[in-house]
Write a protein that binds this ligand. Structure first.
Ligand code: KIV
Length: 265
């Protein structure tokens, strides 16, 4: 399967075809995900939690994300790979450009940053220097200590409006993709409608242009705690390949997420 690029993702949005995305951290799973038709692979800083056993993404370093990006790229020369910029690796546009360049050299096609309109200059400079940007709003795990926990965002009208405003500012600055995390379904819908670029949701309802899950959640690997917005596709698919194929099919058919995976205002 040939690599889908940002233009291809945009076409999917325009045609109303759902985008599928999973996190990936190594070459073997990358090959499986790519062969099963997953459109986008994210080397998430969630690796701190699912690979390193930490209780947040904050200690994850640029070198660690670069290492896993190289592993993912080794699994597929064609996959569309986004690499997460870890905590405090983009405090200003210049430092962001230098650090993002490391991830691009490691094999990323795009980098992802958590935050709202305060990142406008950074997004602008990254894109001007040839580094495509995926913005990430809603629940921002790197800001967990400020937010005071992993809580659903945008529940009241004012904060929902703010999220739409941030999304529009990031798009205007040059972001080519947006991830929205843990927001009510109607806010996910508002943001997706307000933007031209594709919006990929995690815990953001079924109306976004695509869905992303952390691969370990999607495989039901933390049986003690399966977040509300995820589903154990391994239990359903019966094998690793069956699980990934079931995820891809259910997202494409609009069956996942179902109402029980979504948040209300
Ligand atoms: O790090 C990560 O895996 C992410 C996803 C939750 C979108 O940012």
């Amino acid at each position: 399967m040939s690599r889908i690029r940002t233009a291809g993702l945009l076409k999917k949005k325009q045609r109303g075809e759902k985008i599928t995305a999973l996190t990936a951290y190594d070459s073997s799973f990358t090959k499986l995900f790519h062969d099963c038709g997953v459109d986008v692979l994210l080397v998430g800083d969630s690796l701190g939690m699912v690979l390193q056993g930490l209780d947040s993404t904050i200690p994850v370093t640029l070198d660690e994300v670069a290492y896993h990006t190289r592993c993912v790229r080794a699994g597929s020369s064609d996959a569309f790979v986004i690499a997460d910029m870890p905590f405090m690796t983009y405090p200003d546009p210049l430092i962001a450009c230098e650090n993002a360049a490391e991830l691009m050299r490691a094999g990323a096609n795009m980098v992802k940053l958590e935050g709202g309109d305060w990142l406008v200059d950074t997004v602008h400079d990254l894109t001007r220097h040839g580094i495509p940007v995926c913005a990430h709003i809603g629940l921002l795990p790197q800001s967990v200590n400020v937010i005071g926990g992993y809580k659903v965002q945008g529940r009241d009208e004012e904060s929902a409006r703010e999220l739409v405003r941030h999304a529009q500012a990031l798009e205007a600055a040059g972001a080519q993709l947006l991830v929205v995390e843990c927001i009510p379904t109607h806010v996910g819908q508002q943001i997706s409608t307000a933007l031209t670029i594709p919006v990929i949701g995690i815990g953001a309802g079924k109306e976004t242009d695509g869905q992303i899950l952390v691969m370990h959640d999607m495989l039901g690997m933390n049986a003690d705690y399966l977040p509300k917005f995820t589903k154990d596709f391994l239990a359903q698919g019966g094998s690793l390949q069956g699980a990934v194929e079931a995820f891809v099919q259910e997202v494409r058919d609009g069956k996942f997420p179902a109402p029980e995976h979504c948040f209300d205002a």
